[in-house]
Design a protein around this ligand. Sequence first.
Ligand code: FE2
Ligand code: FE2
Length: 306
Amino acid sequence: MNTATRFPSGDARKDNPAVPIRHMDFGFDHAQLKAHFYDDNAFASAFFMAFSAVIPHGERFFIESVRHYRSRLHDPELDARVTGFIGQEAMHGKEHDAVNEAYSRMGYPIGRLDRITHRGLKVLARYLPKAAQLSTTVALEHYTAIISEYMLGSKELQAGFDKQVGDFVLWHMMEETEHKAVAYDVYEKVIGSYALRAGTMIPTTVILIAVLASMQAVLMVSDGTLLNPRLLRQHAKGFGMIYGPRGLFGSVLPHLLDYFKPGFHPNDHDTSELLARFSEKFFGERGELNRNLGKVVVPKVRKAAA
Ligand SMILES: [Fe+2]
Ligand SMILES: [Fe+2]
């Protein structure tokens, strides 16, 4: 089943793919997962595990910040994309909860990291103005979009993953690419302040990297790899893969800076070819993830009330 249909907008730059809600079940089993699932590298694996630890509550924060403004959209096409966005993020949260539970059963303190994330985001949800909550979501959705574009396009990076975890991560990245403009378009429609959008990106970046790096360190302490002198070379390699100039963060830096252009839009980066390729690979006629796929709901554009 290929779900790469598109919502026509009449504006080629703003053409948006449909945002289908795919009900997935990867059936994670801790007995079949490897702790160092990325390139047998403790450093890089802990980074991706830390990323997974913050996702379930992070995704719920995104959903609530967008949902808050939904009734003000008065735009049936965008409203349908919001339905898809909420459904996709909810599904990501569910499957990341499942993989996190498997890592917990392997002895990693993911439950503790999940609770810390929950507490931190509850404080933000309570005290941060709603407009700033939405601009934080837009900033983080830009991160997921540029990281996804890089990961979907980098065969070298993909080759480092064990098969099941790699498919899971790339499925998530594919759907992040499908809905990358939804929170942005909601923000532009109901708030639109350039100063708030650009201004939010700076503290968001600092907090994101600090949280991920400290959670990564906690995970590496828990399995005894952080200060193991025999792993120093492996850690240096992992550091380069994630934080180095030619690694994950270094490679997405130019795209990150695009966000500060006043006329920026997430669709400035055409990812339609990447989406078509992964949609076919995972969910085409002989799609590799069809066995993990349940119901698919493509949100319909409802006619506006007269
Ligand atoms: Fe997501
Ligand atoms: Fe997202």
